[in-house]
Design a protein around this ligand. Structure first.
Ligand code: HSE
Length: 433
């Protein structure tokens, strides 16, 4: 039996899952691959966390990541501390020590992928990151290997479990945003600080990685239009539902003749669409390639065991290369070679249908004024409803539009929001068909 030694930096939720996987399924991996994955060292700065790790035969526990990075016998370093720093320093130094690296760190990859891949390439080792997007869903491997001979046209989906859980609890169980978030935290789905998730930034980090793989272009996070779910009210969820839609936080990377569209925002999705039925902390990602057509990858987008499954997929893949194909790992997809370049489509130039909820005084002429402004901006109304008449009180008026240019929509809503009968900022939510 051949052995491949690994060191784990970061023994939190996912790190514990990796240890559990080695304990529970290490034998299975041995049977299937003829390779024993040996956990040699575990590092965490928190003594309490280290104490919770089962003390396996011969595994050394340390607070110093360099005990792993400088260990000549370790072949693969797993980085699961998250965040940019000091994770970046640990990974760069591990690569320079000619160790393969497995990471789930989407924030780090989306900001520094070029430096990381270049260092890996110069040192003829690999950096693998299946766990960075979609938890246990094998989307990275699908883009790097299964769809490699396709021109990717579109990648879109639900990339964040926390926000999908919150929106599901609001939609299915009538929870407020705050109560749904508390439950997500209590159930261990949301982080103690959920800002990255609810602001849409976590989805943007993941979309940057997928777009990089799908389109071979360098994506800078500033170029991804990002809106989170904090402003989604229960009222809008109910209204959308009555029109036959669910609200989801959608991440979209689309290639067209005018360039690449990159955006993360709450979106109305028709109830018949597969994505509208992705519930709880699940994720789902559609990929459309010119040969394969449309594929849907669906599964657990977060959590200890699903994410550990993705980490172990990378570990075993590298281990097989070390044992059977020589020490050098062949990058399945050489991003550093990519010569692709596409202009980015400005968010103002995208064409979508929109859900609009106006809060207006119920008096004669209001609708006429709203529709005139919309018409002046080339926006056509597809359907409309107003709640019970309450003369001279504030009522919600909801409209669904036909496809319109985002820039025109912004101009129109801005003008409408300046009118005296508008009582609060108009809610605008994009619709994906
Ligand atoms: N916090 C993420 C989510 C999981 O809720 O989907 C890790 O990317």
């Amino acid at each position: 039996m051949r052995h491949v030694n690994i060191g784990l930096i970061g023994a939190g939720t996912i790190g514990k899952g990796v240890v559990d996987s080695i304990i529970e399924n290490g034998g299975l991996v041995e049977e299937r691959t003829g390779i024993s994955i040996v956990l040699k060292k575990v590092c965490d700065k928190d003594e309490k966390i280290l104490k919770e790790i089962p003390h396996l035969n011969g595994v050394v526990m340390t607070h110093n990541a360099y005990d792993i990075i400088n260990d000549e016998e370790i072949d693969i370093v797993i980085e699961l501390i998250g965040g940019e720093y000091p994770a970046k320093e640990f990974i760069i130094n591990a690569l320079k020590k000619k160790k393969h690296v497995v990471t789930a760190n989407k924030a780090l990859l989306s900001h520094h992928w070029k430096e990381l891949f270049r260092t890996a390439s110069e040192n003829r080792v690999s950096i693998c990151f299946e766990a960075s997007v979609g938890g246990g869903i094998p989307i990275i491997r699908a883009l790097q290997e299964s769809f490699i001979s396709n021109k990717i046209e579109i990648i879109y989906g639900i990339l964040n479990g926390t926000t999908n859980f919150i929106l599901t609890m609001m939609d299915d169980n009538g929870y407020s945003f705050e109560d749904a978030l508390s439950l997500a935290q209590k159930d261990g789905i949301a982080e103690a600080n959920p800002e990255l998730d609810v602001s849409g930034k976590d989805s943007a980090h993941k979309l940057a990685i997928l777009a990089l793989l799908g389109f071979g272009v360098e994506i800078s996070l500033e170029n991804i239009y990002t809106e989170g779910i904090k402003d989604i009210s229960f009222h809008d969820i109910i209204c959308a539902k009555s029109w036959g839609y669910a609200i989801k936080l959608l991440a979209v990377a689309k290639r067209s003749s005018s360039g690449i569209e990159l955006r993360v925002h709450p979106t109305l999705i028709a109830e018949g669409h597969l994505l509208s039925n992705v519930k709880g902390a699940d994720n789902a990602i559609f990929v459309k390639g010119d040969f394969v057509g449309e594929s849907l990858l669906y599964g657990k987008g977060a959590g200890r065991r699903p994410t550990a499954s993705a980490v172990m997929a990378d570990v075993v893949s590298i281990a097989k290369h070390i044992v059977y194909a020589g020490v050098e790992f062949i990058m399945p997809y050489n991003l550093l070679n990519s010569s692709a370049s596409f202009p980015l489509v400005n968010i103002e130039d995208i064409m979508l249908s929109y859900y609009l909820r106006f809060s207006v005084t119920d008096k004669p002429g209001v609708l006429a004024k709203i529709s005139t402004v919309l018409a002046d901006n080339d926006i056509s109304i597809a359907s409309m409803s107003q709640e019970d008449r309450k003369e001279f009180q504030t009522v919600p008026v909801v409209m669904i539009t036909h496809k319109a240019r985002e820039g025109n929509m912004r101009k129109a809503v801005n003008a409408i929001d300046g009118m005296d009968f508008v009582k609060s900022k108009t809610v605008v939510i994009r619709i994906e068909e």
